[in-house]
Design a protein around this ligand. Sequence first.
Ligand code: AMP
Length: 285
Amino acid sequence: MSSQDVITVIEDVAEMKAYSNALRKEGKSIALVPTMGALHEGHLSLMREGRKRADILVVSIFVNPTQFGPSEDYNKYMRDREGDLEKMKNIGVDAVFMPGPDEIYPPGFQTYVQVEELEKPLCGALRPGHFRGVATVVLKLFNIVKADVALFGQKDYQQWKIIERMARDLNLDIEILGLPIVREETGLAMSSRNAYLSDQDTQRALSLSRALLEVKSQFANGTCKTESLVDSGKRVLERASVEDVDYLEIRDGETLQNKHEATGGDVAAVAARVGGARLIDNIIL
Ligand code: AMP
């Protein structure tokens, strides 16, 4: 067994803090990749980069109840502890922090973080409380793991921008990195929720990335009016019979403000329900 196959599994907060404190005392730097498990290549790409960025690589696996709405998929969200540990072999993960919900939210818990403006549009408008739950748990993970650098996927673009803003606003001593979306060969953005899709749903789901590519190509061809760009993307979704579209919008890449005219660096983002899954994707113009 190579040393890379030995992953320390930590389930409680005190033990995680002690692990990190001891390493920091030795002068070691720590990278953190926060996940909800059901790992795929998107998660693994963050881990591989994390491995390069610090002496110690910690992955957290926590399906965070406070970021799920009452009618969302918290209970049915996939949990695959053994499969996840297997996938992390050979990546060089030093420790996995897998707390239970009561460990993170003990009785009496009542403190939350809100990134006020960035959480309003896009997914925030449709998932009330979602980003409050995300920001809160991520800040807790930062405090528990004491990482120097944390890696996030641009797949969850709004989440990435919210965490960046939180780190800046609260003077956190942590570097936030956002890494490119990992896709299937078909273009479908990898997601743990793709497991909910039937074969037929998967075909329809491909229209999300295709719609974004259409927006980007129209923009490259000189169309700047966001309304026209959005319409061109929506037509792609319609043709694939994706009717349950939460949004397809173009927003400023940093502030997430609405735009009438698109400029380079803006983000085109889409969220839609296909079969039983709510899928999101985005592309930078
Ligand atoms: P999740 O387990 O869905 O909470 O995701 C954990 C981290 O992995 C987040 O930073 C996500 O943005 C990132 N991630 C999820 N899917 C992908 C993907 N297809 N490509 C890159 N990063 C991803």
